[in-house]
Design a protein around this ligand. Structure first.
Ligand code: HEC
Ligand code: HEC
Ligand code: HEC
Ligand code: HEC
Ligand code: HEC
Length: 488
């Protein structure tokens, strides 16, 4: 049955009739424009020209939303228009052919063809857009730079960390769909807070919604790997005129392994590997105060440690105790905000010539601790304070080696730049590091010699040799282990 010209005219006439309303037209315009723009951006992306995170956010998040809104508006407008026409007394004959699902009817076939083609086209556009949206949201630049001010502290620290080549999502989301969805829902909440300006300053830590670290870290760090003892040499510098160095060398008993493979022990094995399990209850959100610790050993024995005189936390709190994982120690594997003293030690260690700048460490630390209104102002002020110190107190040095003074001042400013972020109220004091015990309680949250089993048989040990063996302590000279090679 071939459709006559009259049929066709009537069909399109009706379609235009229904579509002839503000809402549907607006929807058509929005969908067409955003669809075309998305196509342009996708082509630009394939061309390799799109690495700005804001363009990504616009092209793959904002535009698709507009696109879908437009799509939804079109039928709503048509539906309202149809009702209006009926109300105004349009004849039944004009309207009845439209919704009848009779595929012998050429109108219906044409309408269905249009709907199918448009739907297929829209699916392709949306599919491509969401594919790129997801890919975009996985990128480091999206996570780290889109909301520049908010993420500046974490992003800056990340760029200077051992994980600067690991994508944010590898630690924050990990493999599998369920955490992907959870993180996207959480992301929507964050976008909302960002839009309203009600986000936290600083972003509080620890993250209570972080995926259990063993599911993320263990993609790369093999759980049963036996690390053995690790040689660490700490270079520290004094606040005196000579920036006097002091070196400590130790073997950190990192350990690891498992009973199955026959090599087991040390820090890693004791706290996280499956042979042993530690759970703990903390009375504060920051997990700094630990009140109750339970160890389940490889042979199934359970030991509970508490501090003398402390009340036992309620049963339901104990039932919900946190299972210790990587980030209870490595809470700053990548967003490390170094205390100014440690930051300057590292700088002097890697630039030995700065030892020749009198009181360099003392002046730099004082300048970094200055308290400034903004990150940029702080960096400039630290640089100026250090340079001015030499210009006024050591004019001969400043005149004799201006380049050394300038570089010293520049590096002090860098140290500030990596650890202090006034806009987010973030610095080394707001984000403690749980590895060690020098600047923060860290290991000593439990290993304070006060947490014992009720029978007094076991105490979480504080002896220095439990965790590290000193090879050299506070030596003025860099430790020389060459003798170990000579001995036979
Ligand atoms: C090596 C793994 C790793 C990578 C890579 C990583 N993070 Fe994190 N991040 C963490 C851990 C672990 C914490 C939680 C610390 C805690 O809960 O105590 C964290 C915490 C955060 C926090 C909360 C504030 C804070 O400092 O505790 C923000 C924000 C954040 N990360 C953003 C990012 C962004 C943006 C990127 C990529 C530029 C990124 N992270 C890459 C592991 C990682
Ligand atoms: C995608 C792989 C990957 C993931 C996921 C990952 N790491 Fe790493 N990590 C690395 C690599 C690679 C290095 C070595 C970097 C180097 O030596 O320059 C490293 C180094 C480390 C180091 C040694 C740092 C140092 O100062 O030498 C620690 C500690 C560490 N990771 C902990 C973690 C923790 C905790 C997590 C989970 C929150 C994690 N990593 C997740 C790849 C990863
Ligand atoms: C009880 C605290 C604790 C826990 C829990 C812990 N670590 Fe460690 N880890 C340490 C200490 C301490 C070191 C040595 C740090 C140093 O070199 O200064 C270390 C070192 C490392 C290193 C570097 C090893 C090397 O030889 O260079 C990696 C990688 C690492 N840890 C990954 C992990 C991962 C992944 C997890 C979780 C599966 C984890 N750690 C759990 C305390 C812990
Ligand atoms: C949440 C509490 C807690 C924290 C935090 C903690 N530990 Fe432990 N640790 C324990 C418990 C419990 C034991 C088992 C004590 C026992 O033997 O009775 C233990 C045992 C150890 C052992 C083995 C002791 C032995 O008998 O050989 C080492 C080594 C160790 N811890 C190092 C560390 C280091 C390093 C850190 C910090 C990076 C740390 N721990 C942080 C609870 C903790
Ligand atoms: C529960 C484990 C543990 C115990 C007990 C312990 N330490 Fe440590 N200590 C560590 C870890 C882990 C580090 C490495 C921190 C890091 O990687 O920055 C460390 C680092 C150090 C450093 C170097 C600090 C720096 O940054 O310059 C000194 C000094 C030190 N410990 C002294 C001691 C002394 C003295 C004792 C005994 C009273 C002791 N520790 C007991 C775990 C422990």
């Amino acid at each position: 049955m071939a459709a006559t010209t009259g049929d066709r005219r009537r069909f399109f006439g009706r379609l235009f009739n229904y579509a002839n309303n503000g809402l549907t037209i607006a929807g058509l315009v929005l969908t067409t424009l955003s669809g075309l723009l998305i196509i342009v951006f996708v082509i630009a992306q394939l061309w390799g020209g799109l690495d700005n995170p804001y363009i990504g956010l616009f092209a793959y998040v904002f535009l698709p939303v507009i696109f879908v809104l437009g799509l939804i508006e079109i039928p709503i407008g048509m539906w309202r228009r149809r009702h209006k026409l009926i109300k105004e007394g349009a004849t039944e004959e004009e309207l009845s052919a439209f919704p009848k699902l009779d595929f012998n009817d050429p109108h219906m076939r044409r309408f269905a063809t249009i709907v199918i083609i448009m739907t297929a086209l829209n699916t392709v556009i949306l599919g491509a857009a969401s594919f790129f949206a997801i890919e975009e949201m996985e990128t480091v630049s999206f996570c780290g730079e889109t909301c520049h001010t908010i993420m500046q502290p974490e992003f800056t620290a990340y760029q200077n960390s051992p994980h600067s080549r690991v994508a944010c999502v590898d630690c924050h989301i990990g493999p599998g769909a369920s955490w992907f969805v959870k993180s996207k829902l959480d992301g929507l909440r964050q976008v909302w807070h960002t839009a309203l300006g009600t986000y936290q300053h600083p972003i509080t830590t620890p993250l209570h919604t972080l995926r259990p670290a063993r599911e993320t870290c263990e993609q790369c760090h093999w759980p049963n790997k036996h690390h053995g003892d690790k040689l660490r040499i700490f270079s520290r510098y004094g606040s005196d005129e000579k920036n006097t160095p002091s070196y400590t060398a130790m073997l950190l008993r990192t350990g690891g392994g498992s009973l199955d493979i026959g090599r087991a022990g040390g820090i890693h094995w004791w706290h996280i590997y499956s042979d042993n399990r530690i759970r703990f209850v903390s009375s504060d959100e920051s997990r700094e105060e630990i009140d109750w610790v339970e160890l389940t050993t490889a042979d199934g024995e359970t030991r509970v440690y508490t501090r003398d005189g402390d009340e036992l936390p309620p049963q339901d709190t104990r039932d919900a105790a946190r299972i210790m994982d990587c980030i209870d120690c490595h809470n700053r594997p990548t967003h490390t905000f170094h205390p100014p003293g440690k930051a300057m030690d590292w700088i002097i260690d890697t630039h030995p010539e700065f030892v020749d700048l009198p009181f360099y460490k003392r002046q730099a630390v004082a300048a970094i601790n200055g308290g400034y209104d903004s990150h940029a102002a702080g960096m400039a002020a630290v640089q100026k304070a250090v340079a001015d110190f030499y210009a006024t107190e050591y004019p001969e040095l400043a005149a004799g080696d201006p380049e050394l003074v300038a570089r010293g001042a520049e590096w002090a400013a860098q140290a500030y730049g990596k650890t202090v972020f006034p806009a987010m109220d973030t610095n080394w004091e707001t984000h403690s590091n749980n590895i060690g015990h020098d600047d923060f309680p860290g290991c000593m949250r439990c290993h304070d010699d006060e947490m014992s089993t009720s029978d007094g048989e076991h105490t979480i040990p504080m002896d220095c040799e439990t965790c590290h063996i000193f090879l050299v302590e506070d030596s003025p000279d860099y430790p020389d282990f060459a003798y170990a090679l000579e001995a036979d």
